[in-house]
Design a protein around this ligand. Structure first.
Ligand SMILES: [Zn+2]
Length: 216
């Protein structure tokens, strides 16, 4: 049995949390769930032989709500640090690798193992597991928070970078993810669990970047 804690964005009332619970109920292997719209959080206990955290997140993302982050609370203490820089890392769902790694690196990475992203901006390591590291040369698209990355993509689904957000806020007075993505893209897509190199929804980071350019 496994327990994960989720940060879920977009819930405003009890019927929101009830609707997230209904989505989760459609999945097999979930033993218990507690979704709280006040704290924007959820706690889900599940059988990992039947279902994965990635599948649960993808299911929740089908609704109007988005998973902003998750933590494997049972194994939280056991997250290994980056073998190169010793900085902390974060578990990433395997769903991200096909779209974010070059074919050679994708072939090489062990998907049976848990894979982590190195959160140190100065370190060139993108992903690591117990006995592998993948540096930036294995990436199809750069990871925005690494200092060596010239392009600071914030929304990977719609390929929108920091400069575009700045322009949208300062010149066009747009402030929400919806307004800004649809300003740049005719067809807005949302598939962060596949396209974002962290596997997590971009809205959290997106909001922080917007508020940087929109102080009020
Ligand atoms: Zn590192």
């Amino acid at each position: 049995m496994k327990i994960i804690e989720l940060k879920i964005g977009g819930m405003t009332c009890p019927s929101c949390s009830a609707s997230v619970e209904r989505l989760v109920d459609e999945l097999g292997g979930v033993e218990s769930k507690k979704i709280n719209h006040v704290s924007d959080s959820g706690k889900i206990e599940f059988n990992e032989d039947v279902i994965s955290a990635e599948e649960i997140i993808a299911k929740i993302n089908e609704g109007h709500y988005k998973v902003m982050g998750f933590e494997d609370i049972e194994n939280k203490r056991d997250i290994p640090t980056c073998p190169i820089c010793n900085h902390s890392g974060q578990l990433v769902p395997n769903t991200v690798f096909r779209s974010n790694l070059k074919p050679d690196a994708f072939e090489e990475i062990n998907l049976e193992s848990k894979n982590y992203i190195c959160l140190n901006p100065q370190c060139d390591i993108a992903y690591y597991n117990d006995n592998q590291t993948i540096d930036s040369s294995g990436l199809k698209r750069v990871i925005w928070f690494k200092t060596s990355s010239k392009k600071k993509t914030i929304c990977y689904c719609n390929n929108i970078d920091r400069e575009q957000i700045k322009e949208a806020v300062e010149i066009h007075n747009l402030t929400t993810w919806e307004e800004i993505t649809s300003h740049y893209r005719k067809k807005v897509i949302e598939k962060c669990e596949v396209l974002n190199p962290t596997g997590l929804c971009c809205r959290n980071t997106f909001g922080k970047v917007v508020s940087k350019f929109n102080p009020d």
